[in-house]
Every structure is written in C-alpha cells, then in structure tokens.
Design a protein around this ligand. Sequence first.
Ligand code: SF4
Length: 385
Amino acid sequence: MNGIYIHFPFCEKRCTYCAFSSFCNLQEKDRYIDKLLEEIDEFNTKNLKINENLPIFHKNNDNFDKNNILNIDSIYIGGGTPSLLEIKDLEKIFASLNKKFKVARDSEITIESNPNSLTVEKLAYYNNLGINRLSLGVQSLDDEKLKFLGRLHSSSQALEAIRLAKKYFDNISVDMLIGIKGQEEQAFIDELDRLIEEGVNHISTYMLQVEEGTELARQYQKNPFLLPDEDETVKIYEKTREFLINRGFIQYEISNFAQKNKESRHNIKYWTGENYVGFGLSAHSYIYGFRSANANNFSDYYSGKKVLYEKLDKGQLIEEAVMLGLRCYCGVDITYLKKLGYDIEKNENFSYFCDKNIIKKENNRVFLNPKYYGVSNYIIVKLLG
Ligand code: SF4
C-alpha cells in the first residue's frame, strides 16, 4: 500500500548540526497549517502523472490505477519538531487526511517528537488520534554532547520522556548520533543499553555530518579537530551493530535496528519503491515512477511551486533499486532489474561477491551481507558497473 508524509518545519531552536527544513519562526505556524490543509484538500488523483511502463515489481503496486494511491497504510509526521503541533492542528490534519484518503485501520502512524516538548497530555491525545508510533530525537544520553549539538533537552529529560511514552505506546523509536567528539565506544553502548532497558523498540543511528550552512560547519572551519576521525566513528558503528544484534534487534537497514515486527513500515516504502505522497514544505513524493518535491521556502511553498518534478528514466530506476535495496534487508528483485534492462548477474563482480559471501542470491533477490553495510557504497558502485 501507500504512505503519506507530512512535514512540520518548525523548531524552538536550531541544533548546531541541523540541515533539515526547519525554522524557528513559530509565528508563521497558523498560516502554514492552513496551506498544508489546502494542499491535502486539493490533492487529486486525476492530476497525477504516472509511468504506466514501469515494470511491476512490488506486490502492492500491482496495477496502475491512479486511485490506488488513495489507499494508505502508513502516515509519518516529521519535521522540524512535530511535537510542537497543537492538538487542534493535528486534529484538522487527520480530518483532512481521512476525508481524502482511505487510511487502513491497522495503519502505522508515526509522529516525531523532541523530549522537551512532550507532555502527558500530548501523549494521551496522540493515542486518541490513532498515532501508534513515537519517534524521539534523543541523539545522546550525555549532557555535554547534547549541549554541543545544541539540543534543548538533557539526558534525564530524554529518559523521562521515554518512561512517559511507554504508558501510551508500545512502539517507540529513538534517533542516536554517532561521531560526536569525545564519544567513547563503551559509553555509547551503555547509552543504547539504557534505552533498551527503558523499553525502546527501534533505534536509528546516524553519523553526525558537517553540513554546509550549519553552526557546526562554522565551528568546524575554525577547528578541524572538532570531530573524531572516521576510523573511530566506524569502530563505534560496528560495535553498535554487534551490540544491538546481540540484544535481539534486527538490522533492517544500514542505520536502522528494530525488534521483531517493529521495523518502520513507512520507511521501508522509501527503500522498496512503494508510493508515498508528501505534504508540506520541502516534502517529497514518489508515485509510480514520478518524483516531485515541494519548495523549501515559505513563499514558494504557499504559491504551490515544485522544485522537482521528474519522470525517472530506466538508469535512475536501476540505480535506485540497487542502491536502496542493498542497504536494507529487502534486497533487490533480479527480475525487476532485468525488465529495466539490467542483468545484475552478468555484472563482472557479481560471482566474486557471492563467492566471498559479500552478497547472496535467494528467491531471485540479491541481498548485501549486513556485515558489509559500512562499505556498501563501494559494493553498490561495483555492482552497478
Ligand atoms: S530538532 Fe531536529 S529539525 Fe529541529 S533543529 Fe534540531 S535537528 Fe533540526
């Protein structure tokens, strides 16, 4: 089935490393919500362009009826800081979505939250609204590191938020950052251990990146020793993998670990070529071979401007299928690639990688051995020939 992404681009304060579409002008919020609701109301399958020659490869996208797009089984409210959304606004968003789309009863509905803006009242309302998955931006359980990152919460607030959330949710995900200066392997593993003890079901571990235009980039320019060297970071990532797998988590994507049946249904759509419709500033959509993106500034978004609208050609479709599929446990469908004109088994490195147990072929799909996720870029390039 299909997914919906809603972007709420407001934050109380910008974190030092943040390169997402997030702004602190909360006075803009009401106007933004009005536009967001308008965008949902105006969504019309008649206006959609789809690529009817797209080879069928996903069981759920098995016919090209545009109205299929209205069948939804995942909604993801991301940001920004969606926990700053007022309940009345969330109610309006869900009312609009339910009016326009057929949202399955067992849909996965996620909201991203920051520990400092989460309250018992909000958690109870989320629950009432049918939200059943909480994604918390914890990032670290070390107060000094949280300060360095410019986060507004402390480690104790993060733990308290998880404890509160556990009363309402049995599906809690946390984001954690690897690659912060001074981060020690064992200390980080202890943090993960603590999170699991508190009942977290899903952990996303991202590498801290220096993105252009951020406060971190400015600091890094003045002090190139601000970040640990890459080898140290890779060691922490490897240890993280080992630890989480030992604790019963499944690594279902390069940065994502989940307890059984707690994998994010919504995120899997991004990696397997399923359709998703994005609403809001800078939100992306992918619908049957067409990709589009909304503008990433308020005035252009309000005027309905798209900054991207493209029909993916065969080369792009092949590249995406290999790149995204090999980085997650879903793998790549060999027949789908063949229909696009690429026989991956004829690639000169294919047999060698199979012999070395770097990739494996099973049920007509190719999977990358998760041990090699850390060097996936290299392997993917070789397999794309
Ligand atoms: S809370 Fe998230 S979106 Fe907001 S500034 Fe920090 S990193 Fe960016």
